[in-house]
Ligand binder design. Structure first.
Ligand code: BES
Ligand code: MN
Ligand code: ZN
Length: 503
């Protein structure tokens, strides 16, 4: 287990000491271990190094020049003005340093936060370096039966004047990370482990102790509520659908009745396409078709853990999309909870069916002012935005702007996509109220999916739909997101709430 410590004193023995270097090779002079002679020797090394000058993103590992109670010194560049580094930049730096330690099999290290960093920024700097390292440390190896040869970093110590403040700040960030890790775990688990019932159970077990009220709807209860759209998706599976409702209200007594903000997540625990079966190549990826639901429950965990002062409700629609003799057929017509009928022309356009009933339920029961849904909804969003941005569709431009800003700050970027009347028209069905796909000449697959969802949003409700199909799984890593389930959306939602809803 990786342990973080914040202290005003350096430890006697460590594998590596890590120190910041500003532009033009300047190092600080706070460290208790690095006396004048050693500092001079480090400065000389920096001057001699051809590819290290203290610029941002540079780092240099050198064997410790004298016996200073460490085998290595790692120098990392912070550029000329660390004031210009955003918290996210600092996290990326922390993640990169973590990877550097791992690559060099260094299990214990000590970061010296000295006067290269302005005194009033040191605590925040240390906390976000640690947060970046923590996010980088995620590793899903529970199904490996042999002890892996991977290096596990054990201990990171941060030495700075205001260690107390740094620890306080890090404790809060660690709570957000616990939500990110919860989401990553859920996304990475295979579909024989995570299916609607087990997903719901885990959510209840994890979130109830945090003061979140969790309610699970069974198939029977959903039938009573008339959720024909969601139920149609789960019909072909031996594993029955569920809906999980999570409510966290930390507002003061006088504000308690204020309408909640609502999160809705697509939780298709495996998407074969149903009778409109997907090709077999890459179908394993569809175990993460519950990435929207994972993000939503991860965000709930983050918010409740850090005791955010908000009223927030989250709904995830859970179903497994399988082909069988009981499965929904292309052409079937079903009635959704809203009363609207849907002609299901393609059983692989199932996420929108799940969301339709979840959206209807949350509006009827909670009357939210704002709804944000997250879903791995369309392959088309990957064509448009790749794996850099999620796409947001919304009836309220201000929310798009807020989500954009919230996302930029935490490195979970989103891009505003359009809604349009003609796409809404394109989902009119000849025999029912709505059809779940358009004819192939329309194009704009992500936008027509959003148009479908909008049919289930009541007038006057602010709503944003975020298509995260390109973001839920990382095939390429970045320092704070190792390959695999990314937990995308947790930090975005947490920051969105913090900036715009928390009092
Ligand atoms: N879960 C998929 C979307 C998806 C694709 C997510 C690739 C992640 C990676 C969704 O249910 C789906 O199958 N969408 C279809 C819609 C089509 C049938 C209108 C798609 O995108 O092809
Ligand atoms: Mn599908
Ligand atoms: Zn799907």
């Amino acid at each position: 287990m990786l342990k973080f410590n914040f202290s005003t004193k350096e430890t006697t023995k460590n594998t590596a000491i890590i120190i910041a270097v500003s532009d033009k090779g300047k190092i600080g002079n706070i460290s208790q271990k690095l006396d004048k002679k050693i500092s001079a020797s480090i400065s000389k090394t920096i001057n001699m190094a051809s590819n290290f000058s203290g610029k941002k993103k540079q780092s240099l590992l050198i064997p410790a020049p004298f016996d200073i109670g460490a085998d290595f010194i790692i120098l990392f560049g912070v550029g000329d003005k660390i004031a210009n580094m955003s918290p996210y930049d600092i996290e990326i730096l922390g993640g990169s340093l973590f990877k550097k330690l791992k690559a060099n099999k260094i299990k214990q290290a000590e970061f010296i936060i000295d006067d290269i960093i302005d005194a009033d920024k040191q605590a925040e700097f240390a906390a976000h370096i640690a947060y970046g390292a923590l996010l980088a440390s995620y590793d899903f190896d529970k199904y490996k039966t042999k002890n892996s040869k991977k290096v596990k970093i054990e201990y990171l110590n941060f030495v700075l004047a205001d260690a107390k403040e740094a620890k306080k700040h890090f404790d809060m960030l660690q709570k957000i990370a616990s939500g990110v890790f919860f989401a990553r775990d859920l996304v990475t688990e295979p579909a024989n482990i995570i299916y609607p019932e087990s997903f719901a159970k885990i959510v209840k077990k994890e979130l109830t102790p945090l003061g979140i009220k969790v309610q699970i709807l069974t198939e029977k209860q959903m039938e009573k509520l008339g959720m024909g759209a969601l139920l149609a998706v789960g019909k072909g599976s031996a594993r029955p659908p569920r809906m999980a409702i999570m409510h966290y209200n930390a507002l003061s007594k006088s504000a308690k009745n204020k309408e909640p903000i609502a999160f809705v997540g697509k939780g298709v625990t495996f998407d074969t396409g149903g009778i409109s079966l997907k090709p077999s190549a890459g179908m394993d990826k569809m175990k993460w078709d519950m990435g929207g639901a994972a993000a939503v429950v991860g965000a709930m965990k983050a918010l409740a853990s850090r005791k955010a002062k908000v009223n927030v409700v989250a709904i995830v629609g859970l179903a497994e999309n399988m082909p069988s003799s009981k499965a929904t057929r292309p052409g079937d017509v079903v009635k959704s909870m809203s009363g609207k009928t849907i002609e299901i022309l393609n059983t692989d356009a199932e996420g929108r069916l799940v969301l339709a009933d979840a959206l209807c339920y949350v509006q009827e029961k909670f009357k939210p002012k704002v709804i944000v849904d997250l879903a791995t909804l369309t392959g088309a969003i990957i064509v448009a935005l790749g794996h850099e941005y999620a796409g947001v569709f919304t009836n309220d431009n201000k929310i798009a702007e807020q989500l954009y800003t919230a996302g930029e700050e935490v490195g979970e970027k989103i891009w505003h996509m359009p809604l349009c009347k003609s796409w809404d028209k394109a989902i009119d069905s000849p025999i029912a109220d709505i059809q779940n796909i358009t004819n192939s000449t329309v194009g704009a697959g992500s936008a027509t999916a959003a148009a479908f969802l909008q049919r289930f949003v009541d007038d006057g409700v602010k709503w944003a739909h975020i298509d995260i199909a390109g973001m839920a799984w990382a095939d390429r890593e970045i320092p704070t997101v190792p390959k695999g389930g990314s937990g995308y959306g947790v930090r975005l939602l947490d920051n969105f709430v913090r900036k715009y809803f928390e009092k």
